[in-house]
Design a binder for this molecule. Structure first.
Ligand code: NDP
Ligand code: MG
Length: 406
């Protein structure tokens, strides 16, 4: 079934990444229903060029340092796509009048400003960039309420929970504050990552190659490392609190190594509603693209008869200290979440460059949350983007210094 006779016009932020690729597959599959209006990449010039050749978007945004190279290649191919730099182009394509839907799939805090722009412009926002909600959840959700933007989560766990919620809550998450609709708890499932059955010592000595490998999901490098430290689940816990209007203690985390149950909603009558499927991001992205309808995603369906036993395990928060740190940050406040996120991004990047060990990531995040210079920021609420980005910048400098001294 198609969604509407007029194709939905899409801005795809982070088109050259893993979520970007899955979104492009869906647009290919339903080319009559979706049209790629604008795209962004950062450093992958060739991939962005290929996307422009295939989809002919009106705008393409590229990292400032790659602009000249990209421009000459676009010109050589005589493509009509207009090109812009990340520094001023991301917000422009995110809020452009001609875009109906904005897919926010830039990795990290770099995606916050454009996500907020799409929300300010009242778009249908398909949100993968969880870091935006971790840093600015209150601001993003409050702005969506004011502008009428629809935020549809495509992070698989949040998409699963969204699918298991009553329609009234799907339409207005702030209702959760007034009435709980019989909901007892939201359950985020976690794969447990590549080190679930490995010792802390094996985690400490893990190579970069081991840590960018994930047993069930194929994703970008940063989120794969986050999954293996379980910081990803910590970030998702904070994301869930903002998306669904609940507190940290209303969200449970359960390790489910098979990644078949993508998350659950527990109701007071004893019912657990779960969304299940093959672990492939095309299912949640397709759901959100077509919402409230359903479209084919091209995902291989689960074969129930070939499925192994499903396990559910309590996470070890000593081994996976990042999960405990994220809970602590959410309880402390907005400032602590910005610190958690900024420190984690810097630490993951340092790990990927071979500068620190995998287990140092949690130590750096913990030290940033406890450093004297940032104590006054922990419980603060931030109401504008500039202040959020300012704190983020300070945190990153402090984390860099810590790494330098490791
Ligand atoms: P990737 O690393 O695969 O892609 C990241 C994208 O962001 C690329 O297009 C990259 O461009 C772009 N980018 C990187 N740095 C910048 C920057 N400074 N400014 C602008 N653009 C930049 O990541 P994923 O697709 O895996 O993840 C994207 C987001 O979605 C993350 O927030 C992640 O947590 C979330 N998510 C991802 C899932 C997945 O399955 N992959 C699942 C659920 C959530 P380039 O490559 O050209 O440099
Ligand atoms: Mg997820």
């Amino acid at each position: 079934m198609t969604t509407s006779p007029k194709p939905q016009s899409i801005t795809l932020l982070g088109a050259t990444g893993s979520i970007g690729a899955s979104t492009l597959d869906l647009i290919r599959l339903h080319s009559g229903s979706y049209r790629l209006f604008a795209v962004s990449g950062f450093s992958n010039v060739q991939k962005l060029l290929d996307i422009c050749q295939e989809f002919n978007p009106v705008f393409a945004v590229i990292g400032d340092a790659y602009f000249e190279e990209f421009k000459s290649k676009i010109n050589a191919l005589k493509l009509s796509t207009q090109i812009l730099k990340v520094s001023d182009g991301l917000d422009f394509i995110a809020r452009h009048d001609k875009a109906d839907t904005v897919v926010c799939a830039i990795v990290g805090g770099a995606g916050l400003s454009s996500t907020l722009s799409a929300v300010q412009a009242g778009k249908k926002v398909l949100l993968a960039n969880k870091e935006a909600l971790v840093m600015a959840g209150d601001l993003v959700i409050k702005t969506a309420k004011e502008t009428g933007a629809t935020i549809l989560p495509i992070d698989s766990e949040h998409n699963a929970i969204f699918q298991c919620l009553p329609k009234a809550l799907q339409d207005d998450n702030t209702l959760m504050y007034q009435e709980n609709f019989g909901i007892k708890k939201l359950w985020l499932t976690a794969s447990g990552g590549a080190f679930l059955h490995k010792s802390y010592d094996q985690m400490r000595t893990a190579s970069v190659a081991q840590a960018v490998n994930h047993p069930n999901w194929s994703m970008g490098a940063k989120i794969t490392v986050d999954s293996n430290t379980m910081m990803n689940k910590g970030l998702e816990l904070i994301e869930a609190c903002h998306l669904f209007g609940v507190g940290v203690d209303d969200v449970g985390v359960v390790i489910h190594p098979q990644s078949v149950v993508h998350s659950m909603v527990e109701y007071v009558d004893g019912s657990f509603l779960a969304q299940c499927g093959t672990p492939d991001m095309k299912t949640p992205i397709g759901y959100a693209l077509a919402y409230p309808n359903r479209i084919k995603s091209g995902v291989k369906p689960l074969n129930l008869f070939e499925m192994s036993a499903l396990e559910f395990i309590k996470p070890d928060e000593q081994k996976f200290a990042c999960l405990a740190l994220a809970k602590q940050a959410m309880k402390l406040g907005n400032g602590a979440c910005i610190i958690l996120n900024g420190a984690n991004e810097v630490a993951v990047e340092a790990f990927l460059k071979g500068k620190i060990k995998l287990t140092d990531i949690a130590s750096i995040v913990e030290n940033c949350l406890n450093v004297d210079e940032l104590t006054n920021e922990l419980t603060k609420s931030f109401e504008n983007l500039a202040d959020i980005l300012d704190l983020d910048k300070r945190v990153r400098k402090i984390a860099q210094l810590m790494i330098y001294h490791i």
